[in-house]
Ligand binder design. Structure first.
Ligand code: FES
Length: 123
């Protein structure tokens, strides 16, 4: 399977991201725990560069004074108005009907003689 070449897998360490321009689209490619995910770098609210926002966790509470941090690093917070989106799906945390586009990502070895995998986004 082929797609738009993002770069070598080692260029995006666990917990990091790379923003690419592919066919006129800005896309953020994230490495979450060794798996790669890609979302459009455009917030569906007012068009901010979503992938320039900080990564955070999904915060839950069982009651006053209690906070649990789950899925640390899997949520991106828009830099303009702080709406939060699931990097794995592109869906807004509090209203999953609101979303930015997500893309399939594959990791492939282009040349079997080279011990390096490439990351591709499928537009
Ligand atoms: S532009 Fe992203 S929350 Fe407003």
């Amino acid at each position: 399977m082929s797609g738009y070449l993002v770069g070598k897998a080692s260029e995006i360490p666990v917990g990091e991201k790379k923003i690419i321009e592919a066919n006129g689209r800005s896309i953020g490619v994230y490495n979450i725990g060794g798996e790669f995910f890609a979302i459009r770098n455009t917030c569906p609210h007012q068009g901010a560069p979503l992938c320039k926002g900080i990564k955070t966790a999904f915060i839950t509470s069982k009651g006053p004074g209690n906070f649990d941090y789950e899925r640390d690093g899997e949520i991106v917070r828009c830099p303009w108005h702080q709406w939060e989106f699931d990097i794995k799906t592109g869906c807004m945390v509090v209203d999953p009907k609101m979303r930015t586009k997500s893309y399939e990502v594959t990791v492939e070895r282009y040349d079997v003689s080279i011990e390096e995998n490439n990351v591709y986004v499928h537009l």
